[in-house]
Design a protein around this ligand. Sequence first.
Ligand SMILES: C[S@@+](CC[C@H](N)C(=O)[O-])C[C@H]1O[C@@H](n2cnc3c(N)ncnc32)[C@H](O)[C@@H]1O
Length: 341
Amino acid sequence: MFLIFQDVLFEIHLDFLNQSGIKKDLGSVNNKLKLFGLKVLHSISSSSSANTLQQKKTRETRFIREIEEMLYIIGLGLGDERDITLRGLEAVKKCQKLYIESYTSLLSFGISKDGISTLEKLYGKPLTVADREMVEEKADDMLLEAREFDVAFLVVGDPFGATTHSDLVVRAKKLEVEVKVIYNASVMNAVGVCGLQLYRYGETVSLPFFTETWRPDSFYEKIQRNRGLGLHTLCLLDIRVKEPSLESLCRGKKQYEPPSFMTIGVAIDQLLEVEQLRGESAYNEDTLCVGFARLGSENQMVVAGSMKQLRTVDFGQPLHCLTIVGKTHPVEEEMLDFYRN
Ligand SMILES: C[S@@+](CC[C@H](N)C(=O)[O-])C[C@H]1O[C@@H](n2cnc3c(N)ncnc32)[C@H](O)[C@@H]1O
């Protein structure tokens, strides 16, 4: 009976901390002092010889988690504002400041003004758009905020579907900022829709936009290696958002190019150009591929066919990606038949 009473007291105490704004008001007070004070409060409310060590430990962990400011890294999924998880939405509601990462992916409505306000309406608070420059150069400012109050960093897809966000976690840990990650669907698993087994994929490659003077082709060896092992290759296609133009950099005053997103057609042209240069038969225009557009949205598109066939298909609005098919299992073949051009 006493234990039940204690549990109720503990819940009320946590609820009080969250609702009363004490956490927020204490934001400016020295963190250690605050922790010490609240820990004392907690130990008074939970001290009893009737508690097992495990119960005390669980309470202690929950308590610290509740009072410690956090950086929440939250996956938004792939489609639109409705794809955030309940857990993600709960965390968003708790946070005093929200950032949305805008350069590794985007939801079906993009990062247009309307898109952002759709999210703001759902969350009931303003969003700050974090471009590459901000995340790479000013991440520490955001992390320092997360030592004072709860901050959410929203990522389209899953937070770890892009390599850059592991770096953010490492930086947070170095600054002793508590991090909690809330997962969601990623393009890395949504491509499973075409029936190619996720277990039979090799290393993923990124295809950057070629320019007159910059035509990097290190993806070629990776595709070659995957295909040598009979594995499928997922090709992620370049996104250029808020990239400074070369001329403006030369002039020393940054001006940004309009956003661009690589289409499947451009990706195939670049792949075939590199094959022609290298001539090592890693693939050719008859190689079977699957093209994907806007996965997770109502009008997603999935088409299977040779490179030659897919480069003539209009996949429509971004985002696009492409799988180069390796050796197939009969069940994979059956599934692919549903999507053949
Ligand atoms: C860095 S990755 C994706 C990161 C994201 N955090 C995730 O987990 O999905 C970005 C690339 O994935 C592909 N991609 C992302 N979302 C997509 C979608 N909904 N449909 C098709 N391709 C998509 C595009 O090629 C895009 O350039």
